[in-house]
Design a protein around this ligand. Structure first.
Ligand code: ATP
Ligand code: MG
Length: 373
């Protein structure tokens, strides 16, 4: 099922398209004006947009251009669906950024089948080739504050955005919980891969990855009780750089320790989400972490502190936490006791099983903040 935005000033046409797509199992969002359509698209990017050309005020060409100019919708597949049949209209639409041009002489079945093939072909600007992917590590020096839960839900949310390839690198070799939370069984682990870093390629990494139904590809280090890190800092650096060449996002679940392997992952990530619970011990651990980051010369802008309400009551206020850390908190994840436990036990991430739950909404918001930066 895809979320499809249909922009057409003719309400009769709008209803017909909506009916055909809904019947085919898609979720349809409609707009009767270009401006209204753009607003809806930027708020929550659809998986595909169907746009009429002749509309009052802002025409379909302009809507295409503006969708392409915006970071959030630059890759969204666009089908222009119009009564205009001239070759010049098709050309102008394609130049404006349309991925497909279909005239309104098409039957509803033809429209649906074109939509399906456009969705399957993932047309759009190939983001992975256009710019290297972003590695986003989630970290807390204090364990049990929800780092893994947030990592899997964030990865799945980003993978739900149009044309986004997402890898989830699980570096928690002592206490790996990603495979359990996503109910996937890794075949090969990174540690079993070649010892020669230079031979690590996207193909060899793909062999170790296991795909979740959301599209997220999980790369496990190795579930092991060994105390020494199973891979070297050089390997971590190489793996991240190779993953950045093939994925839009690499989400990294880390150990709650500042060992060399974890530090290497943090240093080579573009953003670090520092997770803390609203309690004194967590604030203390975060303060130590920030000092360590400073001494390593990590960029302040790369650090995104967020609060996760892992317990129900009695947490410190946001003001107290921000005052103690001397920096703003970028997101607050609410407490979600039963639903999260259910999600973990069933192996289906909360953002998929309960997308309207408060915690899921907060994670979706965090994902949109990250994808804009
Ligand atoms: N927002 C929340 N509301 C309620 N419970 C939460 C929330 N976030 C996390 N938890 C619970 O906290 C516990 C720890 O979560 P999780 O395993 O994700 O943390 P972690 O930081 O990865 O832990 P570890 O240090 O063991 O790797 C889990 O039982 C999880 O259900
Ligand atoms: Mg964890």
């Amino acid at each position: 099922m895809a979320r499809i935005l249909v922009i057409d000033d003719d309400s009769h046409a709008l209803r017909l398209i909506e009916f055909a797509l809904t019947k085919a199992g898609h979720e349809v969002v409609t707009a009767r004006r270009g401006e209204e359509g753009l607003q809806k698209a930027f708020q929550q990017p659809p998986n595909l947009a169907i746009i009429d050309l002749m509309m009052p005020k802002m025409d379909g060409y302009e809507v295409c251009r503006r969708l392409r100019q915006n970071e959030r919708t630059a890759d969204t597949p666009i089908m222009v669906f119009t009564a205009r049949i001239q070759e010049i209209d098709r050309q102008t639409a394609m130049e404006a950024g349309a991925s497909e041009f279909l005239t309104k002489t098409a039957t509803p079945d033809e429209l649906v089948s074109k939509v399906e093939s456009l969705l399957a072909s993932k047309v759009g600007v190939p983001r992975a080739e256009a710019r290297p992917g972003q590695a986003i590590a989630l970290f807390s020096l204090r364990g049990g504050v929800g780092v893994s839960s947030l990592a899997i839900n964030l990865a799945v949310t980003l993978a739900g955005q149009p044309n986004q390839e997402v890898a989830l690198l699980d570096l928690c070799f002592l206490s790996s919980s990603v495979p359990l939370m996503l109910n996937v069984r890794p075949k090969l682990s990174l540690a079993q891969l070649s010892r020669e870093d230079t031979t690590i390629s996207l193909e060899s990494l793909e062999k170790c990855m296991v795909a979740h139904s959301s599209g997220v590809k999980v790369l496990p280090v190795v579930p092991s009780l060994a105390r020494a890190a199973p891979i070297s800092t050089k390997t971590v650096e190489r793996v991240l750089s190779v993953l950045k060449s093939g994925f839009n996002y690499i989400i990294v679940d880390t150990l709650s320790s500042l060992d060399d392997m974890t530090l290497a992952a943090l240093i080579h990530s573009d953003q670090i989400i520092l997770v803390l619970a609203p309690e004194v011990a967590s604030i203390q651990a975060t303060t130590v972490t920030l000092q360590a980051f400073r001494s390593l010369g990590l960029s302040e802008e790369a650090i995104v502190p967020i609060v996760n309400h892992t317990f129900a009551k009695g947490g410190l206020s946001l003001g107290t936490i921000q005052g103690a850390l001397k920096r703003p908190i970028k997101a607050v994840i609410p407490h979600e006791p039963e639903l999260l436990i259910q999600a973990i036990n069933s192996g289906t991430p909360l953002v998929l099983s309960q997308p309207s739950a408060a915690m899921a909404t907060a994670i979706q918001k965090l994902a949109s903040v990250l994808s804009l930066s």
